[in-house]
Design a protein around this ligand. Sequence first.
Ligand SMILES: C[S@@+](CC[C@H](N)C(=O)[O-])C[C@H]1O[C@@H](n2cnc3c(N)ncnc32)[C@H](O)[C@@H]1O
Length: 248
Amino acid sequence: MDRHEISALAHADHPIAAPVSEATVGRLLGRAIRRPDAHLLDLGCGAGTWLLRALQAHPEVTAVGVDLSDAGFGRTRAAVAEFGAEDRLELSRQDVTEFRPARKADVVLSGAAYAFGELLPALDAAQEHLAENGMVLLGDCFWESEPEPAFRAEMEDGPQKYADLPATIAAIVGHGWTPVYGHVSTLEEWDEYEWCWTGSLAQWALDHPDHPDHEQALKTSAGHRDGWLNGSRGVLGFVSLLLRRTNP
Ligand SMILES: C[S@@+](CC[C@H](N)C(=O)[O-])C[C@H]1O[C@@H](n2cnc3c(N)ncnc32)[C@H](O)[C@@H]1O
């Protein structure tokens, strides 16, 4: 089982792949969508659940989602077909760094900054796809409190490094963006996300005792739960920001 298959199972009960509740998703999208026929682009869309929620709530919105994995696309396309919105959603399996969209977007969702190396290059990439007066809906991690060195090393083993919330916002503002709304995920949202992630995967493993991936799934779930309870809980934060260019 590769990490995309693991992720698809782990997100069965929390299809948004972030510690963000459905109520928060609806509120953020409601703030971001400022015209009925807005066009959305999600860079690193996962299954495309943010876009699905946007299409459900806004009957004229159109959307494009891009992800390296298409593991969740089928489920989302089926959900969209249920309310007849197939022609309003395009999901594309592609590397976001190579994606060249046909049109600019009024809202660019960016929930995979690491795909661009760092937060600020991710914002630069989002800007390239943004229509005039458009908004970026960014989701990323920050340090809520000082991590243990081992956990920091694990989280920062790639190019992306994290800062505390004030420093994260200051870097974004210094790069020419103004936050016009934001939401810091609560501990309740984190707990719900992590219990769903580990629990859904464990449920699948326990329901499939004879499956060749049974052991791997159970071990991955337990490892993730240990990391959450002993390392990241209350330490790793997640912020969602609505951003506009300060000087368009
Ligand atoms: C944390 S998940 C967020 C998914 C989605 N935005 C959500 O909140 O439900 C990050 C996603 O980015 C995708 N991703 C990472 N690097 C990528 C790349 N270079 N090109 C396209 N997608 C990428 C991963 O496959 C994953 O689905």
